[in-house]
Design a protein around this ligand. Structure first.
Ligand code: ZN
Length: 196
């Protein structure tokens, strides 16, 4: 089932989502919710989707990037489901990530993100998950994790002059972003990345 995406201003987007009770991890109920999240993310061409964006205030998000027309310069990320995540920053480095959000229509802006993170939690089958994610994809995971804490990317935009519409992004910034993405990937990807 494809859900409507809650948009900026909806109070549920500002809730700190609750951990999914352990006895529900891997349950049919939660598997259905996750399948619906994946279907909704794909239908709306999102790079990720967090449960609060469809009105479910629990700590689950999904990410997937595969030739995404909304983000043609983004490196691929295989479909990943994360339940009750912990996230740690593995470097003090930060990079400028141009972000957009299904809950913030037609707006992009630069957010400083950590380029090497470790994510631990459970996958969609209830199996333990422990991934190190490097490069621009780490920004995608941080963006989705923020939704679980009631944050949206505009909260983290440090220079409001970087805010732009999607048309303006394509016209003025996308070529430069594509170049910078290649630099970030070259600097932080390595053989031990899960998404090399
Ligand atoms: Zn978002």
């Amino acid at each position: 089932m494809i859900y409507d995406i809650l948009e900026l201003g909806h109070p549920l987007l500002r809730n700190v989502a609750k951990p999914l009770p352990e006895d529900l991890i891997g349950s049919t109920l939660v598997k259905t919710l996750i399948a619906d999240m994946i279907e909704t993310m794909r239908a709306t061409r999102g790079a990720g989707l967090a449960a609060p964006q469809i009105g479910e205030s629990v700590r689950i998000f999904v990410v997937e990037v595969d030739n995404n027309p909304r983000y043609p310069y983004k490196p691929a990320i295989p479909l990943t489901v994360v339940i009750n995540p912990d996230m740690t920053f593995e470097t003090d480095d930060r990079f400028d990530n141009y972000e957009g959000c299904l809950s913030v229509p037609n707006l992009r802006g630069i957010v400083p993100r950590c380029p090497i993170i470790r994510v631990r939690g459970f996958d969609g089958n209830g199996e333990p998950l422990d991934r190190t994610i490097r490069g621009v994809s780490a920004g995608t995971f941080q963006h989705e994790f923020d939704h679980l804490d009631g944050m949206v990317f505009v909260d983290r935009v440090t220079d409001s002059k970087t805010l732009c519409t999607i048309d303006a992004f394509r016209t003025w910034y996308e070529d430069d972003v594509r170049r910078k993405v290649r630099e970030i990937e070259a600097a932080y990807r390595s053989a031990d990345s899960d998404y090399a």
